[in-house]
Design a protein around this ligand. Structure first.
Ligand SMILES: Cc1cc2nc3c(=O)[nH]c(=O)nc-3n(C[C@H](O)[C@H](O)[C@H](O)COP(=O)(O)OP(=O)(O)OC[C@H]3O[C@@H](n4cnc5c(N)ncnc54)[C@H](O)[C@@H]3O)c2cc1C
Length: 335
């Protein structure tokens, strides 16, 4: 079978709105397709979603494959995976990128299994390097144990598939008037695929400000356990009008919700100010705030890796550092 050279991006949509991560991947995808010499395509799946194709084209897609069927109105693992896998088998793209969202993380392994290729989950970077005359996608993930970056390659099977966390790449500037091709695809979907049906999707009630939108984020690590609770963390965030986030152990303890966890398996954010309180700085965590403009870290261990990621570090016990810090900030705010 003839292999294509194209780079594909899954353009996730919910309720007729494109997820930002698809546009972010078009930016990286355009770089990758430039290096491997193919074209950049987006794959859009849903019902009545064709009008979204122009947004994908203005963000860099040369081609948009639109898989449209009323039965695909809501995300459906079996049906989406079958329809996309058929398209992949037909065109054999070189690279296929999906966002590491709840949907992308569910969909990507199903497609990879169907087309018989590998998949690297939760990438924090992607780059093309030539190996034995073949342009190979290096898919970077934080290494097990968290202290290393590891590159994963998929030398034999195609496409080279990866999921990437939202926020890792930036959305490219939209170019109005860009020409692109829209290819309508009629999926072959047997009723057997629809044994489970999505009846309704309801949005969660709006809570606090999402951490990816906050200009100031105060992130709590396991060291906050010494405070006996999150009160001081919330107080600091309130003084700075920021949002509260945290590390994996705090999620496991139930002191933050999953949408507030930072890192490789959590969110990737780039606030103006990021404050880390009692987090050691494992790479699984620190890859989540690499884009922060300014990082302040507090930890009692002067050797903690978090200080390598910080612009300013305070070595000290949170129980001693936080109360005067909050007090001084309050005074500053009041003046
Ligand atoms: C595949 C994989 C994915 C992962 N993904 C994520 C992820 O997305 N996000 C994430 O956060 N983790 C993730 N992890 C876990 C990660 O490797 C670390 O274990 C975790 O980030 C550590 O959290 P922590 O810094 O809060 O805790 P610790 O590493 O235990 O650090 C606690 C820190 O608190 C300090 N401390 C203790 N008491 C005080 C005090 N009184 N005052 C000041 N400092 C104090 C200590 O000196 C220490 O530095 C992942 C792991 C794996 C294997």
């Amino acid at each position: 079978m003839v292999m294509g050279r194209d780079t594909w991006v899954y353009a996730e949509q919910r309720g007729g709105r494109l997820a930002r991560v698809g546009l972010e991947l078009l930016s990286k995808g355009s770089e990758i397709s430039g290096e491997i010499g193919g074209r950049l395509a987006a794959v859009l799946v849903g019902s009545g979603v064709e009008p979204l194709a122009s947004e994908l084209i203005s963000h860099g897609a040369d081609t948009v494959y639109v898989i449209d069927d009323p039965r695909l109105r809501h995300y459906h693992n079996q049906a989406y995976a079958a329809a996309i896998a058929d398209l992949v088998a037909e065109h054999r793209p070189e690279v296929f990128l999906l966002g590491a969202t709840a949907i992308g993380e569910d969909l990507a392994p199903c497609i990879a299994a169907k087309v018989g290729t590998g998949l690297t989950a939760h990438c924090i970077d992607l780059r093309v390097e030539e190996r034995d005359g073949v342009a190979m996608l290096h898919q970077t993930v934080p290494g097990w144990g968290g202290g290393k970056r590891v590159d994963i390659v998929c030398p034999e099977q195609r496409p080279q598939m990866a999921t990437v966390k939202p926020g890792v790449f930036v959305v490219p500037q939209a170019k109005k008037g860009t020409a692109g091709r829209v290819v309508k695809v009629t999926p072959r979907l047997s009723e057997r695929l629809f044994r489970a049906r999505t009846v309704e999707i309801s949005d969660e009630a709006e809570g606090e400000m999402p951490i990816e939108e906050a200009e100031v984020v105060v992130a709590a690590g396991w060291g906050v356990n010494s405070l006996g609770g999150m009160d001081l963390v919330h107080e600091l965030a309130a003084v700075l009008e920021g949002a509260v986030a945290g590390t994996r152990p705090l999620l496991d303890k139930g002191w933050i919700t999953s949408d507030c966890m930072i890192g490789q398996s959590g969110k990737v954010i780039g606030p103006n100010l990021f404050i880390s309180l009692g987090a050691s700085g494992a790479m699984h965590f620190s890859t989540g705030f690499e884009r922060a403009k300014f990082v302040l870290a507090v930890d009692q261990n002067p050797q903690a890796p978090i200080f390598q990621a910080a612009d300013v570090g305070i070595v000290g016990d949170l129980r001693e550092v936080l109360p005067p810090l909050i007090h001084e900030l309050r005074k500053l705010r009041a003046n």
